[in-house]
Design a protein around this ligand. Structure first.
Ligand code: MG
Length: 210
């Protein structure tokens, strides 16, 4: 496991969006029910991909409508703005890797006041890369930044975020508001919220300046 400072000091930061930079509002059980997949063991994107084209298109449209409703209800996670501000002052590259679409991610960032921290090209949704936990999205972002996995951190609230970091060879930071930290073997750092992570980053920047 990399040393604490060796993680916080990295220059390429990739974030999950829903439940990480935003407060969690997705009730995935209700979404699965609405899409008629209550009995399916597949994840939502896997389920949609398994359907005949016409049905998949209808349900994709329904999913997009649900995502827009959710974007209107969400808020930035406490500490998100402070963390992004510190990273931008330090000149770090920041991006988002989401299983949502880029369009909804941009809309959500606008809603929660964090849009200015990200260029559209640094937001990869399910149409720009094979969805997490496949590492393609991270590989693409690092390629565009001229970065390597050992310069990068993946930050997220769910299993796929930690798995994708491991698959791509980055450090991983698990943000878990419940404090349960269910996947310790996949997380290099565990924080209860982004406020805590921002404070750790501030202290680490101070230590290296002084
Ligand atoms: Mg998430």
């Amino acid at each position: 496991m990399a040393h604490y400072h060796q993680i916080l000091d990295r220059r390429c930061w990739i974030f999950d969006l829903d439940g990480t930079l935003t407060l969690a509002v997705h009730d995935f059980a209700a979404i699965r029910e609405t899409l008629g997949m209550a009995d399916s063991d597949l994840d939502i994107l896997g389920f949609l991909a398994s359907l005949p084209a016409a049905e998949a298109a209808t349900k994709h449209a329904r999913l997009m409508a649900i995502e827009y409703e959710l974007a209107a209800k969400t808020a930035a996670a406490p500490g998100a703005e402070r963390l992004l501000d510190l990273l931008s002052r330090r000149g770090a590259q920041v991006g988002i890797l989401t299983r949502n679409t880029r369009e909804i991610a941009l809309h959500t960032l606008e809603q929660i006041g964090l849009r200015q921290y990200f260029t559209p090209e640094a937001i990869l949704g399910r149409d720009e890369a094979v969805p997490k936990p496949h590492p393609e999205g991270i590989t693409k972002l690092l390629g565009s930044w001229g970065g390597t996995p050992d310069e990068a951190v993946m930050v997220g609230d769910y299993l796929f975020d930690l798995q994708v970091g491991r698959a791509a060879g980055t450090a991983t930071i698990h943000v878990d508001l419940t404090g349960a930290f269910r996947w310790p073997e996949l997380a290099d750092l565990e924080v209860a919220n982004l406020e805590e992570l921002a404070e750790e980053l501030r202290l680490s920047m101070q230590a290296f300046q002084g």
